[in-house]
Design a protein. Structure first.
Length: 143
């Protein structure tokens, strides 16, 4: 993927697909994703804050929106190659975690989000537009 420039889109539970230690392979998955997430918090609506409104993925989005339901993933590390586009909070902003980002892994562009546990969230217009824009960005259809 990264050598040939293939794009990737990582949604919600894909963060945890390979987060357990796999001898000799552990570093590749989180480096490709651009974040490291060992766990998630309780189910609750997530207040999403758009921190890069000028980025093509987030252009036209409100400064904040709230998901109908959610499961906020804890992000322990954001890799230097990643650009955070939005942060999420379930405790009125006392703490937040990166929840939307883009990453460059070799020649491959990666769009990622930890949002999307519940159907209600995935049916929300903000979520659908964000994922659509992420796919377009990763495939060089918007710049």
């Amino acid at each position: 993927m990264h050598d040939s420039g293939k794009p990737a889109v990582a949604i919600h539970c894909s963060m945890h697909s390979y987060h357990w230690k796999i001898p000799g392979k552990t570093k590749h998955w989180p480096a490709m994703l651009g974040v490291t997430s060992p766990r998630h918090g309780r189910h609750a609506p997530i207040t999403v804050t758009n921190v890069k409104p000028e980025h093509p993925v987030m252009k036209g989005f409100p400064k904040q929106w709230v998901t109908p339901k959610g499961e906020l993933y804890h992000i322990d590390k954001t890799w230097p190659s990643a650009t955070v586009l939005a942060k999420g909070s379930i405790d009125k902003g006392k703490s937040s975690h990166d929840c939307v980002w883009v990453n460059q892994y070799g020649k491959g562009k990666v769009f990622g989000t930890t949002l999307g546990h519940h159907n209600e969230t995935m049916q929300a217009k903000e979520y659908l537009n964000m994922v659509s824009n992420g796919i377009l960005w990763a495939t060089d259809r918007i710049k």
